[in-house]
Write a protein that binds this ligand. Structure first.
Ligand code: F6P
Length: 534
């Protein structure tokens, strides 16, 4: 490694001392009471995203030491290396250049190639959107992981500007319960299938694409070349499948960073070329912010540093994401891949085992639904789980009464998490639904909230393509930041290989017709296999 790992720095030691002295016990209520300027000190305006970081368990010294840590770990140099196209994905010997996909013409690396594909992709998207001529009513994206989660998140997020004459379907799972109900709703004559796979070898996608092609032919479909298109880096394999219209991308685009590439085709068809370009422009604005803003006021950097503080000092193991916008219902799933596939690693760049925690579990649901499910645990459970609220000021519907209720709930939840409620306060409250057979103090204890539970609130003016682009890019760079400090490769995903290989080995045993072959299997797998074959 060219730069020290976080735990080999002076700042890390200083942070350990600071945590013991002022971090572990920091009380947010006292911190706000002590410092009337705390909100101003811990809020940031980045392109399209305003962030309130003040309800987090840190102080100015924590932040300074974390910035020192970032500098000592060479965060700026690592960032610049990524942006310059150096092969920072060392285990695969690849550059990491998703930022080049959203740079304006002439500005980024590989600009001619990028804009050549983009222009062609957008022209194709417009031709599909011209439904009177294309005759298309349904677009089915067949892909998984990064070839699914981005489009599947963005299309509903921008629902208000989605082409009203087109329906969008996403098939990812190799479980036939995914594709089957979709096919039942389709007419082969008016359906466009997008086979989205960077490698064009992924088992799930290839199997579903084969099912779709067989269905298409069985329905009397005749022109596979017109009804199937591909988004892939493997143009030869797509051609072998029978796909003639392909949109390529490059090995320097990681799967989970690929919605800006040809993988974004369903998005481009859904929202049109102008809005797709706005999505890219929003991401580019965040890229510029990440590349140039001082670390102290750099939003993705600040979020990444806070992640390190929480994971390695407070030892929090998860983070919950609560978007108070129903359109962002798939954002938590998208972020799971982005963060957990990127930073769920246990060795550093040199292959040395890490003595500290890396990726937290990222999970969540849109508010207010989550409030009626797991927020109980966030408020009164035994674990502290930082929550990330996402609020959108101006909705894309006209139900003002609903919008103000959603926003009031969003603010109230972060307030309640922080303020809590003392047993004394609970004692003097009325609790009409509490059992009369219990003593007052017992009831009050059940109604006590510890408080001091941290949260971040991200605020968007409106969920426009530009704002969404900036928000996603912010998350990408945040993941980069924590990964860089941990000294890991955030851009490979060897952890998915073993299960793939074992599934490949089990498949013939499951599909076989003779006696079940359990040679070499552990007793549990053998037992389950026997039951499935019985
Ligand atoms: O889950 C592993 C993975 O390689 C992801 O990183 C990727 O997004 C997904 O599989 C799909 O891969 P492909 O686009 O090659 O089908």
């Amino acid at each position: 490694m060219d730069h020290p790992r976080c735990d080999a720095t002076v700042a890390w030691k200083a942070l350990q001392g600071h945590f013991e002295a002022h971090g572990r016990e920091l009380d947010l209520r006292e911190a706000f009471a002590r410092d009337p300027a705390r909100f101003d000190a811990f809020t940031l305006q980045a392109p399209e995203v305003f962030a309130d970081l003040s309800k987090n368990r840190w102080d100015l010294m924590t932040r300074q030491l974390l910035v020192d840590l970032a500098r000592e770990c060479g965060l700026e140099a690592r960032r610049d290396a990524m942006l310059a196209g150096e092969p920072i994905n060392t285990t695969e010997g690849r550059a990491v250049l998703h930022t080049a996909l959203r740079a304006p013409p002439g500005e980024g690396l590989f600009s001619d190639e990028v804009h050549g594909v983009l222009d062609r992709l957008l022209a194709f998207a417009e031709s599909v959107r011209d439904t009177a001529t294309s005759g298309i009513t349904d677009v089915v994206n067949i892909g998984i992981g990064g070839s699914d989660l981005g489009p599947q998140m963005v299309v509903p997020a921008l629902q208000s500007i989605v082409h009203p004459g087109l329906r969008f379907h996403f098939v990812s799972n190799v479980d036939g319960h995914d594709i089957d109900p979709v096919l039942r709703r389709l007419d082969a004559r008016t359906t466009l299938f997008i086979v989205a796979s960077k490698t064009f070898t992924t088992q799930e996608t290839m199997a579903n694409a084969a099912v779709a092609r067989a269905w298409f032919l069985a329905q009397g479909g005749t022109d596979i070349g017109r009804h199937f298109v591909g988004a892939t880096t493997n143009l030869a394999a797509a051609a072998e499948f029978g796909i003639h219209t392909t949109f390529g991308f490059w090995d320097w685009v990681g799967g989970r960073y690929s919605l800006w590439s040809a993988i974004g085709l369903p998005i481009a068809i859904a929202i049109g070329s102008e809005h797709f370009r706005a999505l890219l422009a929003g991401a580019h604005a965040m890229d510029r912010h990440f590349a140039t803003a001082p670390l102290e006021s750099n939003l993705p950097v600040q979020l990444g540093l806070l992640d390190v503080w929480y994971r390695n000092f407070h030892r929090f193991t998860s983070r919950s994401v609560a978007p108070y916008h129903q359109g962002l219902k798939r954002l938590p799933a998208y972020l799971q891949q982005l963060e957990m596939e990127s930073n769920g690693k246990c060795v550093d760049l040199d292959g040395q085992p890490l003595p500290f925690g890396t990726s937290p579990v990222v999970w969540g649901e849109p508010g207010t639904n989550g409030q009626h499910a797991y927020f109980q645990m966030l408020h009164q459970g035994t674990d502290v789980i930082p929550v990330e609220f996402i609020a959108v000021k101006t909705p894309s519907h006209a139900h003002a009464g609903l919008q103000s209720k959603a926003l009031a709930n969003c603010l109230a939840q972060s307030q309640a998490l922080m303020l809590g409620k003392t047993t004394e306060a609970a004692l003097v409250e009325k609790a009409p639904t509490a059992s009369a057979s219990l003593g007052k103090l017992t009831v009050a204890r059940h109604r006590t909230f510890p408080g001091n539970r941290p949260s971040t609130t991200l605020l968007l003016e409106a969920l426009t393509p530009r704002a969404l682009g900036a928000l996603i890019a912010m998350y990408e760079h945040r993941v980069f930041t924590s990964g860089a400090l941990w000294g890991i490769n955030s851009f490979d995903q060897w952890g998915v290989e073993l299960g793939k290989a074992l599934a490949g080995a089990l498949l013939p045993r499951l599909e076989g017709t003779g006696p079940v072959d359990v040679t070499g299997l552990d007793a549990s797998t053998a037992g389950l296999l026997r039951r499935l074959r019985a």
